[in-house]
Design a protein. Structure first.
Length: 325
């Protein structure tokens, strides 16, 4: 059970937030951060991939209101908001490959429904997009000006194109209706509340290492990723949501590791002796992924603070007891 301290703020300092996908990994941490700052939060989720336990510690919180609903359907009238954040979407390969149509719907219809709420409230709007908009990039590191190398009909396209459409309709609402929109392109993020079986590399490697099982490496392990701890990402999302930047902003950690290096770091921190076994690389899996965060540094004064070692230690401490239950 998470512990949460509440800060007291004057009413003039508080904002009302609406957050879709609030029971998900990243969004639930964002809810915590906003409540700690004294804001009021209404959370939406249909629990397709989110989990009730991520919000259980907020039961009875005076500034948190939860509504179970599917944002691709009719959203009830919930009143006025200062900031609307659309964070609902399957995010792991396992989830979006299991739910390809729902993934496309939440990026399209879900985005429009949330944008309509922001428009009616004259609220700020943030959509959580993804580095997958860059596809298997031909530019390295990836800047926001890069248009990407995406396969529109491949198995990952349900997620890639849903997010690219979400960005497009966000900009359309800004240009047509003057909505104060912001777009976060999120790179690999990890931390407590990830699901062990969601198919992403951090929980997959940790699950196998903590169980003493072989670590499954797709490809030869020379492909690269960069990993941002969730508290750093949440700080960036909050700053971006209150900014005047209308075009996409990369949020991620620029420290780049090969998958073999990352597996060795996991083994060292867990004390595991797991061998590494190789399997074929999935179709359209990016070979290199690293954000250029110059824009976030310049506009938001933001950059990651938590080291990989510290972040993984906190994540391991979260996962260990789950494996015993």
């Amino acid at each position: 059970m998470d512990s949460l301290r509440y800060n007291e703020m004057s009413l003039e300092d508080t904002l009302k937030f609406l957050i879709s996908g609030s029971a998900g990994f990243v969004a639930s941490h964002l809810v915590d951060r906003l409540l700690l700052d004294g804001h009021s939060v209404t959370g939406l989720d249909n629990f397709l991939t989110g989990h009730k336990r991520n919000l259980a510690h907020l039961d009875g919180h005076p500034n948190f209101h939860f509504v179970e609903c599917d944002v691709t359907q009719t959203i009830p009238n919930l009143g006025h908001f200062d900031t609307v954040i659309h964070a609902a979407s399957p995010a792991s390969p396992k989830d979006y490959l299991d739910h390809p149509i729902e993934t496309l719907e939440v990026g399209s219809t879900g985005s429009r429904n949330m944008l309509d709420i922001a428009h009616k409230s004259d609220a700020r709007y943030l959509v959580t997009s993804t580095s997958e908009c860059y596809g298997d990039p031909l530019e390295h590191p990836q800047q926001e000006s890069y248009w990407g190398n995406v396969n529109p009909v491949g198995p990952r396209s349900c997620y890639d194109e849903a997010k690219r459409y979400a960005e497009a309709i966000t900009m359309a609402y800004h240009r047509k209706h003057g909505v104060r929109t912001t777009i976060a392109r999120i790179f690999n993020t990890y931390g407590p509340r990830m699901k062990l079986n969601d198919g992403r590399v951090v929980p997959a490697f940790l699950d196998q290492a903590l169980r003493g099982e072989p670590i499954t490496m797709f490809g030869d392990g020379t492909q690269t990723r960069s990993f941002c701890y969730v508290s750093d990402l949440v700080e960036g999302l909050y700053r971006l949501s209150q900014s005047d930047e209308r075009y996409p902003v990369n949020l991620g950690n620029p420290r780049e590791l090969t998958m073999l290096q990352f597996a060795e770091a996991i083994k060292k921190l867990t004390g595991a002796t797991s061998p590494i076994v190789h399997q074929p690389l999935p179709q359209d899996d990016p070979k290199r992924r690293r954000p250029d965060i110059t824009k976030a540094k310049t506009i938001l004064g933001w950059e990651p603070r938590v080291s990989l070692e510290d972040g993984l230690t906190q994540t391991i401490n979260y996962f260990r007891p789950l494996l015993l239950t």
